[in-house]
Design a protein around this ligand. Sequence first.
Ligand code: ADP
Length: 231
Amino acid sequence: MIQLINVNKKFANGHVALNNVSLNIENGEFVFLVGTSGAGKSTIIKLLMKELELDSGKIIVDDKDITKIKRSHIPHLRRSMGVVFQDFRLLQDKTVYENVAFAMDVVEAASKDIRRQVPMMLGMVGLSKKSKQYPHQLSGGEQQRVSIARAMVNSPSILVADEPTGNLDPEMSVEIMKLFSEINQRGTTVIMATHDLHIVDKMKKRVVEINEGNIIRDERRGGYFSENQNR
Ligand code: ADP
């Protein structure tokens, strides 16, 4: 379970990114974070990953207050959370296989586990035949699938995605969302920040809407816009 309790975050320039935000996410949920650009979605994701520190409040992940954990425990936290970005962030000089294996290397996984797990993940995302290719030889959708394999290879309990379909055409986006659904159905909590109203409307998952650092809507099976909002 993930809990944000009265989280405040102001940037050095005085800009308030999150204003007393509280949010509970149960294990196994699928949650969309929506809202206009600058609403505070990425700030929530960065706080979860401990890429940013909050000013006040608490963030509890699996019973631990991650705002209090020691620096030496950050790698452990990041292992329990896979992350996918809009711009894929693959290593260009490594093959597909090596990109995924690298995520296991950095957590010092045993070679035999890497040799077993990486092909399994590439199979899950449908890229077994492309394991020796380099990122620039792949389509955007394929690159995003590599990054999903990389995010999931250490079996995290949470998958966090920041605009994962932002650089993809609609067909590729549908494929990516199928993968996220499968991952969620196998029990992983999925938190996805997005602007993609078609995806949100189609998936009918929980929608948390943020505006100027405040949660203004939390719907169990919501659409991109609230029902009483004019389109
Ligand atoms: P979103 O992901 O919803 O587009 P963000 O969480 O990235 O929004 O940003 C929330 C607000 O905080 C925005 O107004 C943004 O300009 C501001 N912001 C984000 N990062 C910084 C930073 N490093 N310094 C100052 N302001 C920032």
